[in-house]
Design a protein around this ligand. Structure first.
Ligand code: SPD
Length: 346
C-alpha cells in the first residue's frame, strides 16, 4: 500500500468513526418552557441556549386554568412552568409537580425570605417564587376625569364599551365579591350568586374579557378602564403618562407566580439549570425591569429600575392589609367554574 492509499484509509476510518458522534452533537437537548404572556425579556432565552448549547421552545399562556387544563389533558412536553400561588397548591394536590432538587439551584439563596415558605407550598418543596404583583384598575386619566378609587367605576354605564375585565374566573368574580362585601375566596353560595348577578349586569358595558394584551387597548385609547395585573399596566404607563394604575379602596388580590417543574417533564436536569440561570441577580433584574412586575430576588432588588422599586412603595401597610391571595377552593371550585361559564355564554 503506498503512502497516499494509507492516508486515505486512515482518514476514511476516522471519518466513519466520528460520524455518529457528530450526529449526536448536532442533536441539541431541548427545553420546553411554558410561561405567562409578557413575562420575560428578549435576551434571557438566547443567552441560556448559548450557555448550555440547547434549544428552548418557549410558549405562553394567559391563565392558571389554561395551564392546568393543558397538564391535565396529558401534555407531557413542558419542563418549566410558572403557576401562581393557589395553582401551585392545586397542582401539588393533584401530583402534577416534581419536588425541586435545591442542590441544583444554588441561586435560590438570592431569594427574599419574605416570599418563601408560603402556605401554598410550605418549605418550597415544589416551587420557588419568580414574581410578585397585584390586581387593580389601569385607566386613562385623560379620559376619566372623576377620581378612580373604587371597583364601582367598572360598573358605571357612562363607560359602556370602554371597560375591559380580566378573563379570569377568580379575579373577575372576585371584583364583584369585594363590592358585595364577600371574600374573594368565598364558598358561600349566596355571595357567589350576588357576584354572578353583578357581573351579568355589567356584561353589556364590557368591551372584552381579556387576560393578555389588554394594556394595548388602553394604549390605543379603545379602552379607558382595564381590570388587570399591575406590571402589565405599569409597562403601558411607562409608554403613556396619561395611564395610571390604582388598587381600589375595597381591596384586591395579590399574587406570587412561581417556577415549577411538572412531574411529566422530559428534561428535569436542564429544567433545574434553567431556573438557576434565571435566578442570577443580573438576569432576574433584567427580566423584571422589562416586565415591570416585582422581583422576589433580594440580590436583584438594588438592580431594579428606581421607578419599579417605587411601585412597591405604593403598597402601604394599610393597603397591603386589604390584599388577599387567591386560595384553592377545593371541590367548591366547580361552582365558580359553572358560574363563570354561565357568564361567558349568556
Ligand atoms: N403578563 C403577565 C401576567 C402574569 C400574571 N400572573 C398573575 C396570576 C394571578 N393569579
Amino acid at each position: 500500500m503506498n503512502m497516499l492509499k494509507r492516508y486515505a484509509l486512515l482518514f476514511g476510518s476516522f471519518f466513519l468513526l466520528t460520524l455518529p458522534m457528530a450526529g449526536y452533537a448536532a442533536e441539541k437537548r431541548v427545553l420546553n418552557v411554558y410561561n405567562w404572556d409578557d413575562y420575560i425579556d428578549e435576551q434571557t432565552i438566547p443567552e441560556f441556549e448559548k450557555a448550555f448549547n440547547v434549544k428552548v421552545n418557549y410558549d405562553v399562556y394567559d391563565s392558571n386554568e389554561t395551564l392546568l387544563a393543558k397538564l391535565q389533558a396529558g401534555a407531557t412536553g413542558f419542563d418549566v412552568i410558572f403557576p401562581s400561588d393557589y395553582m401551585v397548591e392545586i397542582m401539588i394536590k393533584l401530583g402534577l409537580l416534581e419536588p425541586l432538587d435545591k442542590s441544583k439551584i444554588s441561586n435560590c439563596a438570592t431569594l427574599d425570605p419574605a416570599f418563601l415558605n408560603q402556605p401554598f407550598d410550605p418549605g418550597n418543596q415544589y416551587s420557588l417564587p419568580f414574581a410578585f404583583g397585584t390586581v387593580g384598575i389601569g385607566y386613562r386619566s385623560d379620559k376619566i376625569t372623576k377620581p378612580v378609587d373604587s371597583w364601582k367605576v367598572l360598573f358605571d354605564p357612562q363607560y359602556e364599551g370602554r371597560i375591559v375585565m380580566l378573563d379570569d374566573v377568580r379575579e373577575t368574580l372576585g371584583v364583584a365579591l369585594k363590592l358585595v362585601g364577600g371574600s374573594i375566596n368565598t364558598k358561600n353560595p349566596d355571595e357567589l350568586e350576588k357576584a354572578k348577578e353583578m357581573i351579568l349586569k355589567q356584561k353589556p358595558l364590557v368591551k372584552a374579557y381579556l387576560a393578555g394584551q389588554a394594556e394595548q387597548l388602553l394604549l390605543s385609547g379603545d379602552a379607558w378602564l382595564v381590570h388587570n395585573w399591575s406590571g402589565d399596566i405599569y409597562r403601558a404607563a411607562a409608554e403613556n403618562p396619561a395611564i395610571a394604575y390604582v388598587i381600589p379602596e375595597e381591596g384586591s388580590t395579590k399574587f406570587l407566580d412561581n417556577f415549577a417543574i411538572p412531574v411529566s417533564a422530559q428534561n428535569k436536569e436542564l429544567a433545574h439549570q434553567f431556573i438557576n440561570f434565571l435566578l442570577q441577580p443580573e438576569v432576574d433584574a433584567r427580566i423584571h425591569n422589562k416586565v415591570y412586575f416585582l422581583s422576589t430576588n433580594k440580590a436583584a432588588f438594588p438592580l431594579l429600575d428606581p421607578a419599579l422599586r417605587a411601585t412597591l412603595e405604593t403598597l402601604s401597610p394599610e393597603l397591603l392589609g386589604k390584599l388577599e391571595f387567591v386560595q384553592d377552593l377545593g371541590k367548591e371550585t366547580r361552582f365558580w367554574d359553572k358560574i363563570w361559564t354561565e357568564i361567558k355564554t349568556q
